[in-house]
Design a protein. Structure first.
Length: 196
């Protein structure tokens, strides 16, 4: 019976195994969130990254930069509209400012820009084709259902684009088309994270 331990005793044993946090861990816990906040302010155009970063001592800058990079990289998204394009440019400028290996960053950016260009050119074409195909398919299906219910073909015109069934299918197809680009973009975002 003496082998049964309370939750507190188990937690204390685990804490002993983990040990005290290192100075580096403490600095990361303190300054990484400040970097995240800095990136958020930069995106809202409330500050200059380099000026703000210059206010931190050299020993904590890497942790601030790490936090800022995480937020900036998360904000690279497929350019669905002009606002996304503007945000992507700002984010990519900010990341390049924070990274020291600018050549590798630029090489990764060139791959990301290729994805963006393909998405804008080929993606729109794919979406239009998929949209028209889905529209024709749903319209034919609904006409067939009406004919079965009424027994004869009445020639009723249906605005399939407003039908919940069509909307649901279209959202699913859009997500499927975008997922191919998102998966590729996420790979390059991971590469950006690894660059110093």
């Amino acid at each position: 019976m003496s082998d049964i331990k309370s939750a507190r005793e188990i937690a204390e044993e685990k804490l002993k195994q983990i040990g005290e946090p290192t100075e580096e861990e403490r600095l990361k816990w303190k300054y990484s969130p400040q970097g995240e906040e800095l990136a958020a302010r930069y995106l809202k155009e409330e500050c200059n990254l380099l000026t703000e970063l210059g206010q931190y001592p050299e020993n904590v800058k890497p942790f601030v930069i790490e936090g800022a990079n995480e937020v900036l990289i998360r904000n690279i998204n497929l350019p669905k509209d002009d606002s996304d394009k503007k945000t992507n440019r700002k984010v990519m400028d900010g990341i390049k400012t924070l990274k020291s290996d600018k050549v590798t960053v630029e090489n990764t950016y060139s791959q990301i820009r290729n994805i963006f260009n393909h998405y804008a050119e080929q993606g729109d074409q794919q979406k239009k084709q998929a949209y028209e195909s889905l529209k024709a398919e749903v319209e034919a299906r609904m006409q067939q259902e009406i004919q079965q219910q009424l027994g004869t073909f009445t020639g009723v015109k249906i605005d399939v684009e407003k039908q919940p069934q069509f909307q649901h299918e279209w959202r699913r197809i859009l997500a499927q088309l975008d997922s191919q680009y998102i998966n590729l973009l996420n790979e390059y975002k991971r590469e950006l994270s690894a660059i110093t």
